[in-house]
Design a protein. Structure first.
Length: 353
Protein backbone atom coordinates (compact mmCIF):
# COMPACT_ATOMS: atom_id res chain seq x y z
CA UNK A 1 0.00 0.00 0.00
CA UNK A 2 2.81 2.39 0.82
CA UNK A 3 4.40 1.70 -2.53
CA UNK A 4 1.08 2.28 -4.30
CA UNK A 5 0.59 5.61 -2.51
CA UNK A 6 4.12 6.73 -3.39
CA UNK A 7 3.46 5.91 -7.04
CA UNK A 8 0.41 8.15 -7.02
CA UNK A 9 2.38 11.14 -5.67
CA UNK A 10 3.17 13.65 -8.37
CA UNK A 11 6.93 13.74 -8.19
CA UNK A 12 7.88 13.50 -11.87
CA UNK A 13 8.28 16.41 -14.26
CA UNK A 14 5.68 16.74 -16.98
CA UNK A 15 6.45 15.03 -20.25
CA UNK A 16 6.40 16.93 -23.57
CA UNK A 17 3.11 15.21 -24.44
CA UNK A 18 1.50 16.39 -21.18
CA UNK A 19 2.74 19.94 -21.80
CA UNK A 20 1.39 19.91 -25.34
CA UNK A 21 -2.03 18.69 -24.19
CA UNK A 22 -2.16 21.37 -21.47
CA UNK A 23 -1.23 24.02 -24.02
CA UNK A 24 -4.03 22.87 -26.34
CA UNK A 25 -6.45 23.32 -23.45
CA UNK A 26 -5.18 26.86 -22.87
CA UNK A 27 -3.35 25.95 -19.65
CA UNK A 28 -0.19 28.06 -19.76
CA UNK A 29 1.98 29.90 -17.27
CA UNK A 30 0.79 33.47 -17.61
CA UNK A 31 0.80 36.42 -15.22
CA UNK A 32 -2.07 38.88 -15.51
CA UNK A 33 -0.04 41.36 -13.47
CA UNK A 34 2.50 41.71 -16.28
CA UNK A 35 -0.23 42.48 -18.79
CA UNK A 36 -1.89 44.96 -16.42
CA UNK A 37 1.28 46.90 -15.66
CA UNK A 38 2.22 46.90 -19.35
CA UNK A 39 -1.19 48.37 -20.27
CA UNK A 40 -0.82 50.96 -17.50
CA UNK A 41 2.62 51.94 -18.80
CA UNK A 42 1.26 52.19 -22.34
CA UNK A 43 -1.52 54.53 -21.18
CA UNK A 44 0.98 56.57 -19.21
CA UNK A 45 3.25 56.89 -22.23
CA UNK A 46 0.41 57.94 -24.52
CA UNK A 47 -0.79 60.59 -22.06
CA UNK A 48 2.75 61.83 -21.42
CA UNK A 49 3.81 62.22 -25.05
CA UNK A 50 0.39 63.05 -26.52
CA UNK A 51 -1.23 65.04 -23.73
CA UNK A 52 -0.94 68.40 -25.52
CA UNK A 53 -2.38 66.96 -28.71
CA UNK A 54 -5.23 65.24 -26.84
CA UNK A 55 -6.07 68.35 -24.79
CA UNK A 56 -6.07 70.54 -27.90
CA UNK A 57 -8.18 68.03 -29.77
CA UNK A 58 -10.64 67.81 -26.88
CA UNK A 59 -10.94 71.60 -26.64
CA UNK A 60 -11.65 71.80 -30.37
CA UNK A 61 -14.32 69.12 -30.04
CA UNK A 62 -15.99 70.91 -27.13
CA UNK A 63 -15.79 74.26 -28.91
CA UNK A 64 -17.32 72.76 -32.04
CA UNK A 65 -20.00 71.11 -29.91
CA UNK A 66 -21.09 74.38 -28.31
CA UNK A 67 -20.89 76.38 -31.56
CA UNK A 68 -22.88 73.91 -33.64
CA UNK A 69 -25.47 73.37 -30.92
CA UNK A 70 -26.35 77.08 -31.13
CA UNK A 71 -26.31 77.42 -34.93
CA UNK A 72 -28.60 74.62 -36.16
CA UNK A 73 -32.21 73.76 -35.53
CA UNK A 74 -32.84 70.62 -33.54
CA UNK A 75 -34.50 67.82 -35.55
CA UNK A 76 -33.87 64.12 -36.19
CA UNK A 77 -31.52 64.60 -39.16
CA UNK A 78 -29.42 67.27 -37.45
CA UNK A 79 -29.16 65.30 -34.23
CA UNK A 80 -28.04 62.18 -36.09
CA UNK A 81 -25.46 64.13 -38.13
CA UNK A 82 -24.21 65.88 -35.02
CA UNK A 83 -23.87 62.66 -32.98
CA UNK A 84 -22.07 60.83 -35.80
CA UNK A 85 -19.58 63.67 -36.19
CA UNK A 86 -19.07 63.90 -32.44
CA UNK A 87 -18.48 60.13 -32.19
CA UNK A 88 -15.92 60.28 -35.04
CA UNK A 89 -14.03 63.05 -33.28
CA UNK A 90 -13.96 61.13 -30.00
CA UNK A 91 -12.83 57.96 -31.76
CA UNK A 92 -10.01 59.83 -33.50
CA UNK A 93 -9.01 61.28 -30.14
CA UNK A 94 -8.91 57.92 -28.36
CA UNK A 95 -7.65 55.76 -31.25
CA UNK A 96 -3.90 56.13 -30.36
CA UNK A 97 -4.71 55.09 -26.80
CA UNK A 98 -6.71 52.04 -27.93
CA UNK A 99 -4.00 51.03 -30.39
CA UNK A 100 -1.22 51.32 -27.79
CA UNK A 101 -3.18 49.34 -25.18
CA UNK A 102 -4.13 46.58 -27.65
CA UNK A 103 -0.59 46.27 -29.05
CA UNK A 104 1.13 46.17 -25.66
CA UNK A 105 -1.33 43.65 -24.23
CA UNK A 106 -0.90 41.42 -27.29
CA UNK A 107 2.92 41.60 -27.17
CA UNK A 108 3.16 40.91 -23.44
CA UNK A 109 0.93 37.84 -23.67
CA UNK A 110 2.79 36.62 -26.75
CA UNK A 111 6.19 36.91 -25.05
CA UNK A 112 4.85 35.01 -22.05
CA UNK A 113 3.19 32.03 -23.74
CA UNK A 114 3.60 32.47 -27.49
CA UNK A 115 0.69 31.96 -29.85
CA UNK A 116 -2.05 29.92 -28.15
CA UNK A 117 -5.49 29.47 -29.70
CA UNK A 118 -7.79 27.34 -27.55
CA UNK A 119 -11.56 27.20 -27.29
CA UNK A 120 -11.59 24.78 -24.37
CA UNK A 121 -11.80 27.55 -21.75
CA UNK A 122 -14.93 29.09 -23.31
CA UNK A 123 -16.82 25.86 -23.90
CA UNK A 124 -19.89 25.45 -21.65
CA UNK A 125 -19.31 22.95 -18.84
CA UNK A 126 -21.64 21.92 -16.05
CA UNK A 127 -18.74 21.91 -13.59
CA UNK A 128 -18.39 25.67 -14.04
CA UNK A 129 -21.91 26.31 -12.71
CA UNK A 130 -21.75 23.67 -10.01
CA UNK A 131 -22.06 25.53 -6.65
CA UNK A 132 -19.92 22.94 -4.84
CA UNK A 133 -17.06 23.40 -7.29
CA UNK A 134 -17.58 27.14 -7.09
CA UNK A 135 -17.18 27.12 -3.29
CA UNK A 136 -14.12 24.91 -3.63
CA UNK A 137 -12.53 27.37 -6.03
CA UNK A 138 -13.58 30.30 -3.83
CA UNK A 139 -11.90 28.88 -0.73
CA UNK A 140 -8.99 27.16 -2.47
CA UNK A 141 -5.33 27.87 -1.83
CA UNK A 142 -5.05 29.68 -5.15
CA UNK A 143 -7.88 32.08 -4.20
CA UNK A 144 -6.25 32.70 -0.83
CA UNK A 145 -2.93 33.49 -2.48
CA UNK A 146 -4.65 35.85 -4.93
CA UNK A 147 -6.44 37.60 -2.03
CA UNK A 148 -3.24 38.06 -0.06
CA UNK A 149 -1.47 39.28 -3.17
CA UNK A 150 -4.16 41.87 -3.97
CA UNK A 151 -4.37 43.12 -0.39
CA UNK A 152 -0.59 43.43 -0.23
CA UNK A 153 -0.56 45.27 -3.56
CA UNK A 154 -3.23 47.73 -2.41
CA UNK A 155 -1.38 48.43 0.85
CA UNK A 156 1.89 49.01 -1.01
CA UNK A 157 0.25 51.35 -3.53
CA UNK A 158 -1.57 53.30 -0.80
CA UNK A 159 1.68 53.66 1.14
CA UNK A 160 3.47 54.85 -1.98
CA UNK A 161 0.78 57.43 -2.75
CA UNK A 162 0.84 58.64 0.86
CA UNK A 163 4.64 59.02 0.85
CA UNK A 164 4.57 60.88 -2.48
CA UNK A 165 1.83 63.32 -1.41
CA UNK A 166 3.46 63.85 1.98
CA UNK A 167 6.66 64.89 0.22
CA UNK A 168 4.70 67.46 -1.85
CA UNK A 169 2.75 69.07 1.03
CA UNK A 170 5.13 72.02 1.22
CA UNK A 171 4.25 72.87 -2.40
CA UNK A 172 0.49 73.02 -1.76
CA UNK A 173 0.48 76.37 0.05
CA UNK A 174 1.98 78.44 -2.85
CA UNK A 175 -0.76 77.09 -5.14
CA UNK A 176 -3.23 79.58 -3.65
CA UNK A 177 -1.33 82.41 -5.31
CA UNK A 178 -1.14 80.74 -8.75
CA UNK A 179 -3.59 80.70 -11.62
CA UNK A 180 -5.96 77.87 -12.43
CA UNK A 181 -3.81 76.78 -15.35
CA UNK A 182 -0.68 76.54 -13.20
CA UNK A 183 -2.58 74.60 -10.56
CA UNK A 184 -3.80 72.13 -13.18
CA UNK A 185 -0.28 71.71 -14.53
CA UNK A 186 1.06 71.01 -11.03
CA UNK A 187 -1.72 68.52 -10.33
CA UNK A 188 -0.97 66.80 -13.64
CA UNK A 189 2.75 66.54 -12.81
CA UNK A 190 1.96 65.19 -9.34
CA UNK A 191 -0.45 62.64 -10.78
CA UNK A 192 2.14 61.57 -13.34
CA UNK A 193 4.76 61.15 -10.57
CA UNK A 194 2.37 59.00 -8.53
CA UNK A 195 1.39 56.83 -11.49
CA UNK A 196 5.00 56.45 -12.64
CA UNK A 197 6.19 55.32 -9.21
CA UNK A 198 3.22 53.01 -8.96
CA UNK A 199 4.16 51.46 -12.31
CA UNK A 200 7.72 50.85 -11.15
CA UNK A 201 6.42 49.13 -8.04
CA UNK A 202 3.92 47.08 -10.03
CA UNK A 203 6.68 45.94 -12.39
CA UNK A 204 8.57 44.42 -9.46
CA UNK A 205 5.40 42.78 -8.14
CA UNK A 206 4.56 41.51 -11.65
CA UNK A 207 7.98 39.85 -11.98
CA UNK A 208 7.48 38.00 -8.69
CA UNK A 209 3.95 37.07 -9.74
CA UNK A 210 5.22 35.68 -13.04
CA UNK A 211 7.81 33.55 -11.22
CA UNK A 212 5.09 32.30 -8.88
CA UNK A 213 2.79 31.48 -11.81
CA UNK A 214 5.59 29.50 -13.47
CA UNK A 215 6.23 27.59 -10.24
CA UNK A 216 2.53 26.83 -9.74
CA UNK A 217 2.16 25.81 -13.39
CA UNK A 218 5.06 23.34 -13.17
CA UNK A 219 3.69 22.01 -9.86
CA UNK A 220 0.24 21.39 -11.33
CA UNK A 221 1.72 19.68 -14.38
CA UNK A 222 3.74 17.17 -12.38
CA UNK A 223 2.87 13.54 -12.97
CA UNK A 224 2.97 10.39 -10.91
CA UNK A 225 5.22 7.53 -11.90
CA UNK A 226 2.22 5.48 -12.95
CA UNK A 227 1.01 8.30 -15.24
CA UNK A 228 4.44 8.46 -16.86
CA UNK A 229 4.41 4.69 -17.42
CA UNK A 230 0.89 4.78 -18.87
CA UNK A 231 1.78 7.62 -21.22
CA UNK A 232 4.93 5.80 -22.31
CA UNK A 233 2.85 2.74 -23.12
CA UNK A 234 0.42 4.84 -25.14
CA UNK A 235 3.12 6.60 -27.13
CA UNK A 236 5.73 3.86 -27.48
CA UNK A 237 3.53 0.79 -27.15
CA UNK A 238 3.61 -2.06 -24.66
CA UNK A 239 7.23 -3.01 -23.72
CA UNK A 240 6.46 -6.71 -24.28
CA UNK A 241 5.15 -6.02 -27.78
CA UNK A 242 8.10 -3.75 -28.59
CA UNK A 243 10.55 -6.41 -27.37
CA UNK A 244 8.84 -9.00 -29.54
CA UNK A 245 8.98 -6.69 -32.57
CA UNK A 246 12.69 -6.10 -32.02
CA UNK A 247 13.27 -9.82 -31.68
CA UNK A 248 11.45 -10.47 -34.95
CA UNK A 249 13.46 -7.73 -36.62
CA UNK A 250 16.71 -9.26 -35.40
CA UNK A 251 15.65 -12.68 -36.63
CA UNK A 252 14.75 -11.28 -40.06
CA UNK A 253 18.10 -9.47 -40.27
CA UNK A 254 19.89 -12.67 -39.24
CA UNK A 255 18.08 -14.63 -41.96
CA UNK A 256 19.06 -12.06 -44.58
CA UNK A 257 22.64 -12.20 -43.34
CA UNK A 258 22.75 -15.99 -43.50
CA UNK A 259 21.35 -15.85 -47.03
CA UNK A 260 24.41 -13.80 -48.03
CA UNK A 261 26.95 -16.34 -46.74
CA UNK A 262 26.84 -18.57 -49.89
CA UNK A 263 27.84 -15.51 -51.97
CA UNK A 264 30.92 -14.85 -49.85
CA UNK A 265 34.44 -15.44 -51.15
CA UNK A 266 35.96 -16.33 -47.80
CA UNK A 267 35.00 -16.81 -44.16
CA UNK A 268 37.65 -15.69 -41.67
CA UNK A 269 37.40 -17.46 -38.29
CA UNK A 270 38.79 -17.11 -34.75
CA UNK A 271 38.67 -20.26 -35.17
CA UNK A 272 35.80 -21.29 -32.85
CA UNK A 273 34.23 -18.14 -31.41
CA UNK A 274 34.08 -15.70 -34.34
CA UNK A 275 33.29 -15.88 -38.04
CA UNK A 276 33.32 -13.06 -40.60
CA UNK A 277 32.20 -13.63 -44.21
CA UNK A 278 33.72 -11.36 -46.89
CA UNK A 279 32.60 -10.85 -50.45
CA UNK A 280 34.35 -8.91 -53.22
CA UNK A 281 33.17 -8.21 -56.77
CA UNK A 282 35.87 -6.31 -58.59
CA UNK A 283 33.50 -5.10 -61.33
CA UNK A 284 30.97 -3.50 -58.93
CA UNK A 285 32.75 -2.88 -55.63
CA UNK A 286 35.63 -0.61 -54.69
CA UNK A 287 36.65 -2.74 -51.71
CA UNK A 288 35.69 -6.04 -50.07
CA UNK A 289 32.56 -5.99 -47.94
CA UNK A 290 31.50 -7.87 -44.82
CA UNK A 291 28.28 -9.71 -45.69
CA UNK A 292 27.90 -11.67 -42.43
CA UNK A 293 29.48 -11.98 -39.02
CA UNK A 294 28.68 -13.63 -35.74
CA UNK A 295 29.83 -15.01 -32.43
CA UNK A 296 29.30 -18.41 -30.82
CA UNK A 297 26.27 -20.23 -32.22
CA UNK A 298 25.90 -17.77 -35.12
CA UNK A 299 29.57 -18.23 -36.00
CA UNK A 300 29.07 -21.99 -36.12
CA UNK A 301 26.04 -21.49 -38.33
CA UNK A 302 28.02 -19.26 -40.73
CA UNK A 303 30.80 -21.87 -40.98
CA UNK A 304 28.25 -24.66 -41.56
CA UNK A 305 26.58 -22.74 -44.42
CA UNK A 306 30.02 -21.88 -45.87
CA UNK A 307 31.04 -25.56 -45.81
CA UNK A 308 27.79 -26.64 -47.46
CA UNK A 309 28.29 -24.08 -50.25
CA UNK A 310 32.05 -24.69 -50.66
CA UNK A 311 33.08 -21.27 -49.41
CA UNK A 312 36.73 -21.20 -48.30
CA UNK A 313 37.23 -20.92 -44.53
CA UNK A 314 40.49 -19.32 -43.38
CA UNK A 315 41.64 -19.22 -39.77
CA UNK A 316 43.15 -15.83 -38.86
CA UNK A 317 42.56 -14.98 -35.21
CA UNK A 318 43.76 -11.30 -35.14
CA UNK A 319 42.08 -10.36 -38.42
CA UNK A 320 38.80 -12.02 -37.40
CA UNK A 321 38.75 -10.13 -34.09
CA UNK A 322 39.50 -6.77 -35.73
CA UNK A 323 36.90 -7.24 -38.48
CA UNK A 324 34.25 -8.32 -35.97
CA UNK A 325 34.82 -5.24 -33.78
CA UNK A 326 35.38 -2.58 -36.44
CA UNK A 327 33.20 -3.49 -39.42
CA UNK A 328 29.42 -3.95 -39.40
CA UNK A 329 27.44 -6.09 -41.80
CA UNK A 330 27.14 -4.61 -45.32
CA UNK A 331 30.06 -2.24 -44.69
CA UNK A 332 33.26 -2.16 -46.74
CA UNK A 333 36.65 -2.95 -45.25
CA UNK A 334 38.47 0.14 -43.87
CA UNK A 335 41.65 1.19 -45.62
CA UNK A 336 43.92 0.18 -42.74
CA UNK A 337 42.81 -3.43 -43.21
CA UNK A 338 43.17 -3.54 -47.02
CA UNK A 339 46.56 -5.26 -46.90
CA UNK A 340 45.59 -8.00 -44.45
CA UNK A 341 42.33 -8.75 -46.27
CA UNK A 342 44.08 -8.64 -49.66
CA UNK A 343 46.56 -11.28 -48.51
CA UNK A 344 43.70 -13.56 -47.44
CA UNK A 345 41.84 -12.97 -50.72
CA UNK A 346 44.98 -13.69 -52.72
CA UNK A 347 45.45 -16.91 -50.80
CA UNK A 348 41.85 -17.92 -51.51
CA UNK A 349 42.15 -17.13 -55.22
CA UNK A 350 45.41 -19.11 -55.45
CA UNK A 351 43.74 -22.11 -53.82
CA UNK A 352 40.90 -21.94 -56.32
CA UNK A 353 43.30 -21.82 -59.24
Amino acid sequence: MAEQRSDQERTEKATPKKRQEARKKGQVAKSQELASVAVLLACLGVFYFGSYYMIGKMLNVMRQLFVESVQFNIDCNNIQHFLVGFANEIFGLLFPLFLAVFSIALLVNYFQVGFVLSTDSIQPKLSKINPINGFQRLFSMKSLVELIKNVFKILIIVSLVYITIKGEIENFIPLSEQSVGEILVYIGKLAFKIVFRTCLLLIILAIFDYLYQRWEYEKNLKMSKQEVKDEFKQTEGDPIIRARIKRLQREAARKRMMASVPKADVVITNPTHLAVAIHYDQSRMSAPKVVAKGRGHIAEKIKQIATENRVTIVEDRPLAQILYKMVDVDEVIPTNLYKAVAEVMAFVYSMRR
